[in-house]
Write a protein that binds this ligand. Structure first.
Ligand SMILES: [Zn+2]
Length: 190
């Protein structure tokens, strides 16, 4: 699921119009009257030119803000990586409280629960946006390999959780993702 830019970050309404800049035609004026688009004016003279307009609450925002709010809705991450032979590493991070739990299915001595300090947590959330995880495919699967490494990431949200998973296949940003979860946990994920 790619990020849906046309949901109001303020009121969650889907009654959202794209803002168009430039000299409007007659058709565009009709579309604006119907709430389909919003006319932004002839000149883009401001530093900030929002791209979306909420017909419900008049909030306006751009793509960057839409991405930021989409990630803000993730309240936690639950990550499992491993295989039959090496066991599974599990990492769970509460993105609101900073509580982080690590466990290993075979080597239980390495289990750990800590609370990340707020600065580390905020830095992690910024880096999570850079991994582009919300735009990863639902599933990565290499059917040439029967055993090997399986992974699953659950992004916990108030309404519906989002899941990404794979078997011996990975998104482009995988190394970057492993790097940031290794950093916060002090455990080696890759
Ligand atoms: Zn709104």
């Amino acid at each position: 699921m790619a990020i849906n830019y046309k949901i109001c970050p303020n009121c969650n309404s889907k009654d959202v119009a794209k803002i168009l800049y430039g000299y409007p035609s007659g058709d565009m004026i009709m579309l604006e009257a119907a709430g389909k688009i919003k006319l932004g004016g002839c000149l883009i003279c401001m530093d900030y030119s929002p791209q979306y307009h909420c017909n419900n609450c008049d909030n306006q925002w751009d793509k960057e803000e839409a991405i930021y709010y989409a990630y803000q809705k993730i309240t936690g991450l639950k990550i499992t990586i491993g295989g039959f032979h090496q066991g599974h590493k599990n990492l769970s991070v509460n993105l609101k409280t900073g509580q982080m739990t690590y466990s290993h299915s075979i080597d239980e001595e390495k289990n750990l629960t800590i609370v990340l300090n707020p600065g580390v947590l905020e830095d992690f959330k910024d880096k999570l946006i850079d991994t582009n995880i919300l735009n990863w495919k639902r599933r990565y699967y290499d059917n040439e390999v029967l055993d090997g490494i399986q992974w699953e990431i659950v992004m916990v949200r108030d309404k519906r959780n989002i899941i990404r998973s794979g078997s011996n296949d990975y998104p482009l940003e995988w190394d970057n993702f492993c790097k940031i979860i290794s950093e916060i946990s002090g455990k080696n994920f890759n």
